[in-house]
Design a binder for this molecule. Sequence first.
Ligand code: FAD
Length: 496
Amino acid sequence: ALSSERYDVVVVGGGPGGYVAAIKASQLGLKTACVESRAARQSTLRDAAAPPTRPVATRRSRGTLGGTCLNVGCIPSKALLHSSHLYEEATKHFKDHGIVVNDVKVDLDKMMANKASSVDSLTGGIEFLFKKYKVDYLQGKGTLQGPNSVGVALNDGGAETLDAAHILLATGSEVSPLPPCPVDNAGGRIVDSTGALDLKEIPKTMAVIGGGVIGLEMGSVWRRLGTKVTVIEFLDHIVPGTDKDVGKTFLRLLKKQGMKFKLKTAVQSAEVAEEGVALTHAPAKGGDATTDHFDVVLVATGRRPFTEGLGLENLGIETDKLGRVQVDEHFRTKVPSVFAFGDVIDGPMLAHKAEEEGIACVENIAGFAGHVNYDAIPGVIYTHPELATVGRTEEQLKEANIEYKVGSFPFSANSRARAVGDSEGMVKVLTDAASDKILGVHIIGPNAGEMIAEGVLGMEYGASSEDVARTCHAHPTLSEAMKEACMAASSQPIHF
Ligand code: FAD
């Protein structure tokens, strides 16, 4: 039985941080188990309300790996972003290419089913990888019982106790509540990102509260499908923390697509009413309140670490005032056998950040020198055009008193972007004025999320902008805009 074995590593949480760490640990020869409590969803919210096709009693509950990212985050959102992009291309842009299509319609059920099947194939893929690399997968909720003991309340009933030399906490995050807007995903009126990924019909109007990544991505999905979307943001700008220049261009492009913005605006209350959700807001600095009605209100103001029921208190492991588990640079909590990484600790809440940390943590445990370079973690917003960044912004360089140079290149001067009729945006490269080392890359444009990898790799290797400018890039490709921005930073571009 599992309970009698001693594990080298027990990972609590099977999201991108946890499952990647579990596979790596096993690859490094450590006996590993991963505990994940999430049950596979039966189907969409809509179907959940319908009578089950088989009696519930005959169905064995099924778990699902991949965490927030695969189940209700990165993957389903990208599936809907792609489907809605295709619809927008068909209805607005095919004609520019001489393609005439009439009567283009959205079959939302089919679109949602396509999203669900992408999710299912990927989560199933992780289960397969666990088998391949001999990671034991326990479906249940893990609780710390001691420095070397994890209790598991199994989803199908019963309990196990796992004995572990090292315990890795990768329990992720959950939506932070916004008190004036109580979320009810099943009701489908005031929803969070999980509800917005599963709406039953295309709303006529939607308010998105919060102008960050998740709000703008989900707002874009529904806007493309026909919803009038208004983004309400407390600050005077969207995508906080992004290079200001790039953020302004991004705002202009989103407005051009028809998204409306109410900046410097505070939401006071949201009430579900007959004619839609009555949303009351006022200028952030104070002033008269206004009430508008929306079919759906999406709350996208942030996420917080999730440690409920984990039993941190049993071992005296501390969290800070934002609920983040406190760790040292080797991801160790104050209990030497317990580690944590991913969304549950400090840093950007990104799947790839969680993965890098999980691998570094396990490498350290196995006696190697695991390390995460926090200066080279990319961030991508998968709207169209995409926004992708890595490294420092101009504002951060100014604040740190670092002398820098800027090399910019617009996609309107890139032949591939012109050939495919998708030439909005630019590449902006920031370099150290003295050494020419690349300190930051900020891209708005088609495929920016793929292109940023060149900037990340360059920064990881300490490249100068001249290094990239002198590297041969295939023609005609969008990546030539990166080369030319680097030429602009180190000497002069050719095509602009
Ligand atoms: P999680 O993915 O949250 O996984 C933690 C897992 O632990 C969960 O499955 C949970 O069920 C389980 N768990 C918790 N407590 C216990 C317990 N006691 N016992 C057993 N299991 C437990 N990031 C990107 O990089 N790119 C994107 O495009 C992107 N898009 C996103 C879109 C949306 C709508 C959302 C919400 C998030 C998105 N993210 C994206 C963020 C990304 O999903 C997270 O950063 C990532 O999932 C964090 O990984 P994690 O392993 O730390 O935690």
